[in-house]
Design a protein. Structure first.
Lengths: 81, 145, 145, 81
């Protein structure tokens, strides 16, 4: 699965995307897995209320299932316009 | 309907002039342009986006507007990359037979673009760098629709 | 602030491009253009106005908008004389630090222009000639402000 | 005093403006005076609810005083924009 990071989430984790082999069932499960890896992930995911999620380029949430997902993205609230 | 995401500047005057040109069934055109403000010593605003998702999200928002209001055409242009104060970040345009539809659809597009299109702004200036935080008021604005 | 009343066509694209150009304190520009619709076999729309009062009324409406909202600039252009379907009758533009002011001020200008600026429209077409009647909805719209 | 007519008021009366010597105190008094002149004025002013008034290029109403007024205009509800 491709995992993408944007804005300050990208900066804290230190890379824009990576390929992750995971059997996480939901976005929450994936976040727990990442948090356990290294401090930079724990720092990026310290406050989940500040993080938004997209699964296969559609807005989702931490309960979104990951079955068949090809791409998951984490980013702060959007500021377009 | 046209949705454009690009790093290059766009020609706002030419886009306005061409939008709904030669239509004789649209009585009203509304355009909105967003411009980088030079507040607080801002030197540059860097706009990051999510290639692929951005185009999908903007298209979905424009289609939603076309379903809710009686529109003849919709245009959305949004830039990414570094921009300087005074540069135009983005524009929307709506054409409708009557003015209320054109106004409301443009207003709706802007509210959704603000909070539901995957763009993030980083300000660089005399006060250093910082990511622009989403405003509670912008999220609240969505409840109007 | 600029208010123009003229029979000649205006260059909508150039007006949009020039409006608030080089300002770095205005984050939002809204424009509205009114266009002659070719409904029901319309061949021409003749716009009569009250020279002298028209300019005063438009200026008063623009000044009222500038008092009610935080605006950096306001433009109003309105044509008179005969116009064909697809021609632009008029435009307004508003520039503001923030989008809500720009949108509301443009919306307000249009509501007041509709019912409080001395213009009258005569339609000529396959169904003969007739003066366009003021709409109750347009008068009612003023109560929003 | 200059009296101006626009749109269908102008068409019914048959001229765009005229100079009128009057001692009418209000717009209503002037309308009564005009109605008494000729049928075309009576026809134009048959339904006052359909007529708007400006005194010296400011919107007024039928009660507006005419003392010192230089210009009075009659016209249908405006249709700008």
């Amino acid at each position: 699965m491709d995992v993408l990071y944007f804005a300050w989430v990208r900066e804290r984790i230190g890379l824009p995307r990576e390929r992750i082999e995971t059997s996480a069932a939901t976005v929450s499960d994936l976040v727990e897995e990442l948090r356990g890896r290294e401090d930079r992930y724990a720092a990026a995911f310290a406050d989940l209320s500040a993080i938004r999620v997209a699964v296969d380029q559609e807005l989702g949430d931490f309960d979104s299932p990951l079955a068949n997902a090809r791409e998951v993205a984490f980013f702060p609230p959007m500021t377009g316009g | 309907m046209r949705v454009v995401v690009q790093a290059a500047p766009f020609d706002y005057g030419a886009e306005c002039a061409d939008f709904a040109r030669d239509r004789t069934d649209m009585g009203a055109v509304v355009t909105f342009a967003g411009i980088v403000r030079g507040d607080g010593g801002l030197a540059s605003m860097d706009i990051e986006h999510y290639p692929g998702m951005t185009e999908k999200a903007l298209t979905a928002i424009a289609e939603e507007a076309a379903q809710r209001w009686s529109l003849g055409d919709v245009l959305v242009i949004h830039r990414h990359g570094p921009l300087r104060p005074g540069e135009r970040i983005m524009m929307v345009a709506t054409a409708a037979p009557h003015r209320r539809d054109a106004f409301e659809a443009a207003d709706f597009l802007m509210d959704y673009l603000k909070s539901r299109a995957p763009f993030w702004k980083k300000e660089r200036g005399t006060e250093g760098e910082n990511w622009v935080a989403a405003k509670v008021a912008d999220e609240d604005a969505l409840t109007r629709w």
